[in-house]
Design a protein around this ligand. Structure first.
Ligand code: TXA
Ligand code: MG
Length: 347
């Protein structure tokens, strides 16, 4: 399949013409990759079973792992699921933005989109290109992250092209994603929220809107044999480079000492993802920095790029700091613990 790659940075007349073409592709059941503020999404018509099938094929994703539907206005959810006052409280506080809400679905969304579940995940992205595309199309866009299943989510067009060129009809290059981590996912059950995937809308922020917020065990823990999860995506090995990743749990001084001795032991064949400034102490060879130690937003924005780039070093092992579990740290912790297949070394 030939993939058309178009660049849109401003919503000028040229961009509007490209968006019309993209919307036409979606209407015919085709696939369009769009930028969002979190990560790039692999989009198709959320009301078309065949489009959903194509998304699963292009990503190499099991078809029981449901898709998020993207809408342009929080009120549009009415047509696709059973909303509640709690939904509108969340919408008022966090939409458009990096929050996905799971509710009981209506028949307007085929079960092939929801992986056979009777619930649907809804999100209203805070990105002018994504928003304009959904409006131009006039229906919700089903979109998982635009990576091959199991690889880190793409935060710029380069990685989308690496993974999906030849498997989708169009890729819209909208530059680097602002947040870099996928949306926070919550499920509504009556007056209770369950946090299924942490993101830029933090646990603390959710508790300001809802008194009862539970964190699903799978957010931080390894699944036990035979255990089922509320969010099917949590069953799979995720965000993983091919090179094994090990998270180091200890203070910064010990981190540096450990890396220096590992660099010696492996004759330089170890990769490192670390904070700004640490490269001065361990050298710049096979080292990627993701921002100042306390700048979690910067870590979030750069972590998936760092995982992809570290994988090209040709090293035996990649080391990174174990992220904190507070604030935005919980989202980083959740992604990194999966990238490392739960391998944490106390130092
Ligand atoms: O930021 C994001 O959320 C990005 C952008 C493109 O919007 N999308 C994204 O989609 O990360 P995806 O498919 O890679 O991750 C969505 C997760 C999956 O783990 C899936 O299992 C879960 O959401 N999910 C979707 N619908 C669900 C449902 N009805 N019940 C439980 N989990 C659901
Ligand atoms: Mg994904």
């Amino acid at each position: 399949m030939e993939t058309k790659i178009v660049k849109i940075t401003k919503l000028n007349n040229d961009a509007k013409e490209k968006l019309r073409q993209a919307a036409a592709i979606l209407s015919f059941g085709g696939l369009v990759v769009m930028p969002t503020e979190t990560v790039y999404g692999l989009g198709g018509d959320a009301t078309n079973e065949n489009a959903a099938k194509k998304i699963y094929e292009a990503k190499g994703r099991p078809s029981n792992n449901p898709l998020i539907i993207h809408i342009a206005d929080p009120r549009d959810a009415e047509e696709y699921c059973h909303t509640s006052p709690l939904y509108y409280k969340l919408a008022k506080a966090f939409m458009p933005g990096p929050l996905t809400v799971i509710m009981q679905k209506k028949d307007t969304i085929p079960t092939s989109v929801t992986g056979g579940l009777d619930t649907v995940a809804v999100r209203c992205p805070d990105h002018k290109v994504a928003n304009a595309l959904i409006r131009a199309f006039g229906k919700p866009i089903a979109a998982p992250s635009a990576n091959i299943s199991g690889r880190p989510s793409p935060t710029c067009a380069k990685y989308v092209i690496e993974d999906l060129c030849g498997h989708v009809d169009m890729i819209i290059d909208g530059g680097e994603c602002e947040i870099g981590l996928e949306s926070t996912i919550v499920k509504i059950d009556g007056d209770t929220l369950t946090l299924l995937r942490p993101g830029a809308v933090t646990y603390d922020a959710l508790t300001m809107v809802c008194e009862k917020v539970k964190i699903a065990d799978a957010v931080t823990d390894k699944l036990k044999e035979g255990e089922t999860v509320l969010s099917p995506g949590m069953m799979y090995r995720h965000y993983s480079p091919n090179t094994p990743v090990v998270l180091l749990d200890g203070d910064d001084g010990r981190f540096i000492d450990f890396i220096l001795s590992e660099q010696q032991r492996t004759s330089g064949k170890c990769g490192v993802i670390c904070y700004d400034g640490e490269e001065k102490l361990i050298g710049e060879n096979n080292v990627i920095t993701i921002g100042k130690k306390d700048d979690l937003a910067s870590h979030g924005k750069h972590i998936f790029t760092a995982l992809r780039e570290a994988d090209t070093f040709g090293v035996e092992i990649i080391y990174a700091h174990l992220p904190p579990k507070e604030g935005l740290g919980l989202a980083l912790y959740n992604r990194m613990i999966r990238a490392a297949a739960h391998t944490v070394k106390k130092i």
